[in-house]
Write a new protein. Structure first.
Length: 347
């Protein structure tokens, strides 16, 4: 396992991070603990969750993932071996997250309430990386669209969110902070506000990055490299679509899209054509398509850690095996040729 710097924090995180959003719905507590054990045994020191998880978000299961991780750390006595990341919800309509039943907003009151609840569920007195799950302003999901759509509504200013996060760092509840589903503009505003106000600097950004969505390269990749804001890439397998299991309308039993019908982001015009092309590249190279997709993400110069999401041990073992795959110049040229033709069908 390779380890890479997390921003300017001085922490070294594994190039693969265990994503846990299936714990509590698709995966039982025992299965979650087994995944965590396997990942740790194979060099993964980085675990990511969120107050909203498990997914899909529901009042009945909210916080279940943090509780499962907390129970695992208590049982193993290994908190000091884990770099633990979780998230506070941004601007959203999940009224079950807050005590007063209000829609989520990353303002001071919500941030303070959220972190205390996460700490209790996780059974720890500090979080290594606390991230804003999505912006506090009305923007398109993912914040990096290929076509702009205007959105209006109330918003929480970045300086207010950052000041609240600064409170948590000073209180010792949080070591470092990050953002997620953010744009180039939002990322630079966080950096500018931190410098101007003497507030904590964001260490990371967690955005989607995969063969069907390379929009991060347009503006954010340079920010990551020049400003030391680490990319933690989620959805490297495009919610499983890059494995080919959903091609031609297939719906395997137990798969996420089969269970929850949440795959619309990867069912856009041109997506199936693009997936077929990447699957063919994997076949020609004699590679597992999952491993090709993860290895490509890992090989990017602006990448810090790729977040894995698996519902079975077989999937997790294959995904971690991607660290053995080398993306040659020839392989990269084939991938880039497809990208030149199909672009980013699933931003």
């Amino acid at each position: 396992m390779q380890y890479r710097p997390l921003g300017r924090t001085g922490l070294e995180v594994s190039a693969l991070c265990l994503g846990t959003m299936t714990f509590g719905q698709q995966n039982t507590e025992a299965e979650g603990h087994a995944q965590l054990d396997y990942a740790l045994d194979h060099g993964v020191n980085f675990v990511d969750t969120a107050e909203m998880y498990s997914v899909p978000p529901r009042p009945e299961t909210q916080g279940s993932t943090e509780r499962i991780i907390g129970a695992w750390m208590r049982a193993r006595g290994n908190r000091d071996r884990i770099i633990l990341a979780t998230k506070v919800a941004g601007r959203g309509e999940a009224t079950w997250l807050r005590n007063d039943g209000s829609p989520t907003r990353p303002n001071r009151a919500h941030v303070h309430e959220a972190v205390d609840k996460s700490l209790a569920r996780l059974g720890t007195d500090y979080i290594d990386l606390y991230q804003v799950h999505f912006p506090g302003r009305p923007v398109q999901w993912g914040s990096n669209p290929t076509r702009w759509k205007h959105h209006e509504g109330d918003e929480v200013a970045i300086e207010e969110t950052l000041a609240a996060l600064g409170d948590l760092v000073r209180a010792g509840k949080v070591r470092h902070i990050g953002i997620s589903n953010e744009s180039g503009w939002g990322t630079m505003r966080y950096l500018a506000e931190a410098e101007a106000r003497g507030l904590p600097r964001i260490a990371s950004i967690q955005n989607a990055y995969n063969l069907l969505n390379r929009t991060y390269e347009v503006a954010l990749a340079e920010i990551s490299m020049r400003e030391n804001v680490s990319l933690l890439a989620y959805s490297a397998l495009a919610q499983g679509y890059l494995t080919g299991k959903y091609q031609k309308g297939a719906r395997p039993p137990g798969a996420r899209t089969t269970l929850f019908n949440r795959g619309q982001r990867y069912e856009t015009l041109g997506a199936e054509e693009a997936i077929d092309a990447y699957l063919e590249i994997a076949r020609e190279a004699g590679l597992d398509p999952s491993q090709l997709a993860i290895a490509f993400a890992l090989s990017r110069s602006f990448m810090t850690s790729v977040i894995l999401g698996a519902t079975s041990m077989e999937q997790l073992k294959a995904d971690i095996g991607a660290t053995d795959v080398v993306v040659t110049k020839e392989l990269e040229a084939k991938i880039d040729a497809v990208h030149q033709r199909v672009g980013n069908p699933c931003p």
